[in-house]
Design a binder for this molecule. Sequence first.
Ligand code: IMP
Ligand code: MG
Length: 178
Amino acid sequence: MVDQGIERVFMTEREVRDVVARLGREITGFYRRQDDLKLLVIGLLRGSFVFMADLIRHIELPLTVDFMTVSSYGDATISSGNVKVVMDLDEPVEGKDILMVEDIIDTGNTFNRVIGLIRYRNPRSLKVCTFLSKPSRRTVDVHIDFCGREIPDEFVCGYGLDFAQKYRNLPYVGIVKP
Ligand code: IMP
Ligand code: MG
C-alpha cells in the first residue's frame, strides 16, 4: 500500500526491519564488552520515536530510555544550528553510557548542538546512532557510530520522519510527491 502523496517507496518495510535488526546486533556487540554498563538510550523527539521503539527491542542488554525535544530557531527547512531545548531529559547523564538516537542526520547542525549539551553533563561514554544519514548535505562534522543507511539528497518521510508533520505512521520510507 503506497500512501497518497507518496511518489515512490525508498525503503520497504522489510528493508527497514533488516536495517534496524542489524543496528541492534552492532550495538549489542559493542556494549556487551563493557563492564558495569549503565546504558541510557536517548531519543530526539519527535522523529526518532518509531525507530527507537523498534531499535531497543533489538538491543539485548539492560538499558533505560529517555527523550528530549529540541527545536531549531528560524526557518523550518534550513537548519540554523541554533537549538532550543523544548523538553529536557528526566534522567541524569553523568557517569552513564549514553546512546543518542536520531531519525536522520542531514546538515548535522541540530545533532552537533545536542551532542555538545549532553557531553557537557559528563557521561562516561557517548555514542551516536542514526537511522538515516545524508552525508552530501553535511555542513558540520558529526561522528556517527551506528548508521542505518546513507542516502542521497532526497527528502524522505515515513517510519517516524515527517513532511509538515504528516506521514510519520508509514511503515516504510517514501519520497513525497513534488
Ligand atoms: P540537521 O540539523 O540539518 O541535521 O537536521 C536534522 C533534522 O532535519 C532531522 O531530525 C529531521 O527532523 C529533519 N530532516 C532532515 N532531512 C529530512 C528528510 O529527508 N525528511 C524528514 N526530515 C528531515
Ligand atoms: Mg527531527
